[in-house]
Every structure is written in structure tokens, then in C-alpha cells.
Write a protein that binds this ligand. Structure first.
Ligand code: BGC
Length: 748
């Protein structure tokens, strides 16, 4: 009795202690916020309208970045900083350079307002990680968060405060080169990845190891007609809200401090002058309280779009729509103060934009500790540190998707006598760096050839390129054939150049470029087992390879640890567990093809001629969304529902038992989809609503559970209200979007 009393007493005291410190902490936080607002107001009250416009001006420091950058700051920039006509630079990096720029701002400008340094940390700065599309293939938000936090750490040590990432654009068209920068075609997966990246980058902003995030490009940039970058987007508000906006909302909910608006128009209104997007949705509906930055000269481009007669009018449209910071067009710094004097932009709107930017500078602690991110010792210790390189390797291993493994040809045994490593990407040090290689150095890249040599040191390895990536010459085919003939096995690395995807890099064909497919055909004729390793920034139509080559590994662009990670998979040190975040079409003419399509009034039926189809192509994808193999096998028991009828406020418990029935321990991504069978608005045949990545030892099984609420069953009705309608639903659980069993339930 006494003992339990003592225990109770101790618990009570600790509870009170925790409560008090919690309250103190909260009060302190509140005080800090109030303090920040007070300080913002006091800075603002000292600013001239020219200085205010200056805060909203962001310019690129050119492209001579890196820790060794020469400190010859152009006088144009020193003048701008001293006169308070610039609030932020992009592309200025390195502790030394950023310190000097910051010094000029806080010592030589009238109001001593610190600068904000932005940079595109898309998949690393110096330690190059897998491209975002690859990381999305991990279906592992924890991994992606960890990866972003280490990319942030490296970036922060280089003086960077702010990354223009994550890119959260949904991409349903692989011709669009920027598909490589995002998380693929699905709003649910895209939202999970968006939130993970925001949390990873931003972590604890009071430290000097995190940086602010920027969800971009707001919005529907990936909906470009024909997959051509910067092109017109014309979509319904429903598609906008259901497909393109959810990852942005997820980023905002995860605390993203900034949003970048996109280059494109939507239904006649360019994003940089789109009040509906930037104010009605972002501010009023979502309560976003950070700031909006334009894309590079996207305000200036309002003239090309044909909605502004000149740069001055462009500035007026953009600021009034809700763009707070102007990247590169110089329209704000040139015209805003006149526009305010002329009454075309309100003083309040200008102040609001300035306050949003100052608020972030305060939150980062730059007013009190302007050199917080500019420490050369920290930079030396952090850049390419072992911790960051290890993270890049883990991320590369988890990003790989095994597309085919006929007769369990993989993993290979390490005691193979001879291996031919062929293909234009087999020993490439450049292309695995992908499209935003930034300060990445190709000398740091472990190529596939390096990786295989290290993993199988006793094997005789011959390497022949066979052809270039895009060239037409077949002169080296005989050498490749010879090497293949003299080896036990062929590893053939095919794909795209690192710079064939990314910004302004759309392709009209998604076939393998050059004569690479023909090289595969020639090698196949020899009859040796072949493993194709793909390196590419978009899904490719690789029909012949998919039909004929026994093993295919999708590696995307994996960054500096590329060859090591692929060799780990090839020899079974790592059992691949990635799944495709995007559908693989069978041909370019298959585009757009995505799993969450509508049924149409005449769904495809081979027995009925007058149904939706192509005369010359199977309607099914080459590889479906969510697809990926493992060296082991997983079996799914029947799905269990705890009810067959639920009320609007009920929850439905869906569970499925998954068993590892193969010979290896491995990871499986259990995917949950729903279909609203009959509704007032046509609904997709399937929508991803949940997934769980599980690890099962060989022979082990586990019940995987999902909870479905009204929210998962809701959609935008005819008046754009988010509602759930009573009726029948199907719930699917399985290993990918095409291979999933279902049960039906009713919503009452
Ligand atoms: C791209 C953005 C990028 C910006 C700054 C633009 O051209 O569209 O994604 O963040 O440049 O580099």
C-alpha cells in the first residue's frame, strides 16, 4: 500500500513537472512568436517602399558555386545589397561566399536585414542521392524523410537556408522530363512523399542543420499538353483538386514554409497571376502562412502568356494574385513602389508580402545570428561526410525496382567465373548523377562496373560499351558480342543520359534512345543469360526487352552510390523491395496511361469490338503502378472486413494476412485501393488510399491492417463540395495496382 502510494506520488510529481515545463515551453514559444511579430513590425516601420520592394527581390548569383568559389562579388550585387534592393539570392553557396554576402547585408546596408540563400537541393548538393522519382520507388516515407534531412544538413553547412524542393508535381506523362523530379503519378503516394521531404528538410529550424522547404510548382505543372515542358494546362477544377493539389496540401500541412508557383497556365490563367490558386485556395482554404516565390522569371513571362502588356503590369498582377517574392524578373524591385504610389497595389499587400519574408528570416534566427549557416569548419566536416554517404547508399539500395526475374536468375552467385558488363551506361560516371547534380562530382560516382568488380573480385570481367546512348553507330556491336560469348553471364546497362530528363527535357518518344535496343537484340541471339540494368529518368517503353530478357532491374539514376547499390542487389546482399511510383506504358502512343483512370461507358472488352481500345496495342500497361518484385514471394490471404455495412461516421477495419513464402527475408509494400462503384460523379476504377511497407523473414506472416473512414471515401461533387455518398464500394488489397483482390461493402 505504502509502495503504491509512493509510486502514485512520484508519478504525480513527474506529471506536474512535465506539465509545467510543457506550459513554460509553450508560453515561451508563444512569447517568441509575439516577439517575432513585434520585431517584424518594428523593422517594417523603418522601411521605405523601395526597401520593401527590395526584400521581395531574388536574383541568381550565377552558377559559379561551390566551396572554392572566388570571392569576387560583382559590384552590381554589392550595390544591390547595400541599398537594400535584394532580399534573397539563389545559387550562392559555400560558407565563405555566403558569409561575405551576409556581412555586406548586415553591416553595410541601412537596415541590416539579413539575406536568405536559396538553392535547388533536389537530390543532394555534393553528395548526390537518387533522383526523387527513384526515392519514391522505395514507398518508404521514413527513408525519404531521413534522406531529405541529411541533404539538408549538407546544404546548411554550405550556407544554404532554403531549398526549392520538394517538387510535388503529379506526372501522368513520361514524355515530360520533369517527371524525374517528383514522386510519380499518384496523389496519395505523392502526398506521403511530399510530407516526408518537408519534414526531413525542415526538421528543427532553430538548429543550423535544417533548411526551409519549398513545395513546387504550384500547380498542375505536370499536366502540360503533350508532355512538353512549360506548355499549356487545361484541366477541370475537379482534376486540379483531386489529382494535382493533394501533395501541395500535404506539404502545407507538414509545415512547408514556402511555395513556388509554376510556369504554366491553367484554363487560361497563368499560375503567377492566379488569385484563385494563390489566395483563395492556398491562403483562405489551406491557411498557408509562409511565402510564395515565383518561378524563374515566371512573372516576366506573364507578358508572353499574353495577360500583361509589360513588366510593370506583370508585377501588379503577380503581387495582387499572391506572389510574394520575385525570382529573377526584377519586376518587383523596379515597379512595386510606383505601383503602390499609383494605387494599383495596396500598401497593405506590399507590407503583407514583406512581413512573410521577414518572418521566415526571424524564424531561421538570421536577425540574431546571421552567420549561423556560414561556418567553414562545419562545412569541411559535413560535406560528403560518412553519415551522409551512408544515407545516400541506403537510399540507393531502397530505390531499386526489380521488374523481371525469370526462373530466379537473380541474385547471381558471387563465384561466377566470368561476367561481361556491356552497355553505354555500364561505366558511366556522369549519368547516374541524374538531372540536378549540382556540386556533385562524377569522380565520386561508383559505376556499375566498379560495383560488380568489387562484389565479385575473382570473376574475369570484360567491359565493352557496345554503343553510345543516343548515337546510331553499331561499329562496336561485334566487340560486345565477342565479350558476351566469352562470359558466363551478361549485365547490360541501358537507358538515358542523366540530362535527358529534368527541366526543358521533354521527349516525343519514350523508347530507348539510339541503337541500344538493337544491341540487346544482338546479344540475345548468343543465348547467354542477360540481366538488363536500366538507368533512366522516366518510364521507358521497353517491350522487346520485357518480353525477351530474363531479368530487368530498374535503377533510375541512383547518385554517387549507384554501382554499389546495384551490385548489392545483383548479388543478393540486398533484396530489392521497391515498387513503381508510375505506370510503364507499352509505347509513346499509350500516353497518358495511369492506373486511376475512369471506367468510360465502354470499358475495354476484347469480346466486344465497340469498346475502348487501340487497334494496335494492348490496353494494359507494360508494368503497372505499384509493381515490383522481390527475390522472395509473398502470398496474400483473403481480405477481411470487420463490417460489410458502415455508417458515415463509422470506421472500417480492413486486414489481410501476408506471408513470405519464398526463400529470402524481404520487404513488401502492401497496397490498399478503393473504388466508389456508383456515385453522382464518375470515379476512378481504383484509388490508392493506404500502403504499408513490411519486412517479413522467410516463412513469417503478418496481419496488415488499414482503417477506412469517410474521408477515404469522399470526392468533389458537382458543386465542388468534398462529400461521401452512400452506396457500394470495393476495397482492394494487394501487391500492386493490377494485382489486388477485393471485397465489397456498403456506406449507409
Ligand atoms: C525551375 C525551378 C527551380 C528554379 C531555380 C526554374 O527554372 O523551374 O524548379 O527551382 O529554376 O533554379
Amino acid at each position: 500500500m505504502k509502495k503504491s502510494f509512493r509510486l502514485l506520488f512520484i508519478s504525480l510529481v513527474s506529471f506536474l513537472f512535465i506539465q509545467t515545463s510543457f506550459l513554460q515551453k509553450n508560453n515561451q514559444k508563444q512569447l517568441n512568436n509575439t516577439d517575432i511579430e513585434r520585431r517584424i513590425d518594428s523593422v517594417l516601420s523603418l522601411m521605405t517602399s523601395e526597401e520593401k520592394a527590395g526584400q521581395l527581390n531574388q536574383l541568381s548569383y550565377g552558377f559559379g558555386w561551390g566551396p572554392d568559389v572566388i570571392l569576387q562579388i560583382p559590384t552590381e550585387y554589392t550595390d544591390l545589397i547595400r541599398s537594400g534592393k535584394i532580399g534573397s539570392f539563389l545559387n550562392a553557396t559555400g560558407a565563405k561566399l555566403t558569409r561575405e554576402l551576409q556581412r555586406i547585408a548586415v553591416e553595410e546596408s541601412r537596415l541590416k536585414i539579413p539575406l536568405l540563400f536559396g538553392f535547388d537541393v533536389i537530390h543532394g548538393v555534393k553528395t548526390i542521392f537518387p533522383v526523387p522519382l527513384a526515392e519514391a520507388s522505395s514507398w518508404d516515407p521514413d527513408l525519404v524523410q531521413m534522406s531529405a534531412s541529411l541533404q539538408a544538413k549538407e546544404a546548411a553547412s554550405l550556407g544554404i537556408h532554403w531549398t526549392f524542393a520538394p517538387m510535388v508535381d503529379i506526372a501522368r506523362d513520361p514524355r515530360w522530363g520533369r517527371i524525374v523530379e517528383g514522386s510519380g503519378e499518384d496523389p496519395f503516394l505523392g502526398s506521403e512523399m511530399a510530407a516526408a521531404r518537408v519534414k526531413g528538410f525542415q526538421g528543427d529550424l532553430s538548429s543550423n542543420k535544417n533548411i526551409i522547404a519549398c513545395a513546387k510548382h504550384f500547380a498542375a505543372y505536370g499536366g502540360a499538353e503533350g508532355g512538353r515542358d512549360y506548355n499549356t494546362v487545361d484541366i477541370s477544377e475537379r482534376t486540379l483538386r483531386e489529382i494535382y493539389l493533394p501533395p501541395f496540401k500535404a506539404a502545407v500541412d507538414a509545415g512547408a514554409q514556402t511555395i513556388m508557383c509554376s510556369f504554366n497556365e491553367i484554363s487560361g490563367v497563368p499560375s503567377s497571376s492566379n488569385k484563385f490558386l494563390l489566395t483563395d485556395i492556398l491562403r483562405n482554404e489551406w491557411k498557408f502562412n509562409g511565402f510564395v516565390v515565383s518561378d524563374w522569371n515566371s512573372i516576366g513571362e506573364l507578358v508572353n502568356h499574353g495577360v500583361a502588356a509589360n513588366l510593370k503590369e506583370a508585377a501588379m498582377l503577380a503581387i495582387n494574385a499572391g506572389v510574394d517574392m520575385d525570382m529573377e524578373s526584377r519586376s518587383y524591385v523596379t515597379y512595386l513602389s510606383d505601383l503602390v504610389k499609383e494605387g494599383k497595389v495596396s500598401e497593405d499587400r506590399l507590407n503583407e508580402a514583406v512581413k512573410r519574408i521577414l518572418r521566415i528570416k526571424f524564424k531561421l534566427g538570421l536577425f540574431d545570428t546571421p552567420y549561423k549557416y556560414c561556418n567553414e569548419d562545419a562545412e569541411t566536416m559535413t560535406v560528403m561526410s560518412q553519415e551522409i554517404q551512408d544515407a545516400a547508399l541506403l537510399s540507393a539500395q531502397k530505390s531499386i525496382v526489380l521488374l523481371k526475374n525469370q526462373n530466379g536468375i537473380l541474385p547471381l552467385k558471387k563465384d561466377l567465373k566470368s561476367i561481361a558488363i556491356i552497355g553505354p551506361l555500364a561505366n558511366s560516371k556522369k549519368h547516374p548523377l541524374g538531372s540536378w547534380e549540382q556540386m556533385g562530382d562524377s569522380n565520386d560516382v561508383i559505376t556499375l562496373l566498379d560495383g560488380i568488380k568489387k562484389a565479385a573480385p575473382q570473376a574475369i570481367i570484360s567491359h565493352v560499351k557496345g554503343c553510345t546512348i543516343k548515337g546510331k553507330s553499331k561499329n562496336d556491336f561485334p566487340l560486345a558480342v565477342e565479350a558476351a560469348k566469352n562470359s558466363d553471364i551478361v549485365i547490360l546497362a541501358l537507358g538515358e543520359e542523366g540530362h535527358m530528363s529534368g527541366e526543358a527535357r521533354s521527349r516525343s518518344s519514350i523508347e530507348l534512345p539510339g541503337v541500344q535496343n538493337e544491341l540487346a537484340v544482338e546479344l540475345f541471339k548468343i543465348g547467354k543469360p542477360i540481366i538488363v540494368v536500366l538507368m533512366n529518368g522516366r518510364p521507358l517503353a521497353i517491350n522487346w526487352i520485357a518480353e525477351n530478357i530474363p531479368a530487368i532491374i530498374e535503377s533510375w539514376f541512383l547518385g554517387i552510390k549507384s554501382g554499389q547499390a546495384i551490385a548489392d542487389v545483383i548479388f543478393g546482399d540486398v533484396n530489392p523491395g521497391g515498387k513503381l511510383p508510375v505506370t510503364f506504358p507499352r509505347a509513346t502512343g499509350h500516353i497518358p496511361i495511369y492506373y486511376n483512370h475512369k471506367n468510360t461507358g465502354r470499358p475495354s472488352n476484347p469480346l466486344d469490338y465497340f469498346t475502348s481500345k487501340y487497334l494496335d496495342l494492348h490496353l494494359t500497361p507494360l508494368f503497372p503502378f505499384g509493381y515490383g518484385l522481390s527475390y522472395t514471394n509473398f502470398s496474400y490471404d483473403e481480405i477481411q472486413l470487420n463490417k460489410t455495412k458502415i455508417k458515415m461516421d463509422d470506421t472500417l477495419k480492413v486486414s489481410v494476412n501476408v506471408k513470405n513464402t519464398g526463400n529470402y527475408d524481404g520487404e513488401e509494400v502492401v497496397q490498399l485501393y478503393i473504388q466508389d462503384v456508383t456515385a453522382s460523379i464518375t470515379r476512378p476504377v481504383k484509388e490508392l488510399k493506404g500502403f504499408k511497407k513490411i519486412f517479413l523473414k522467410k516463412g513469417e506472416s503478418r496481419d496488415v491492417e488499414f482503417i477506412i473512414t469517410k474521408n477515404e471515401l469522399s470526392f468533389y461533387d458537382a458543386s465542388m463540395k468534398w462529400i461521401a455518398e452512400p452506396g457500394s464500394f470495393k476495397v482492394f488489397a494487394g501487391s500492386n495496382s493490377a494485382d489486388a483482390q477485393f471485397k465489397t461493402f456498403e456506406l449507409d
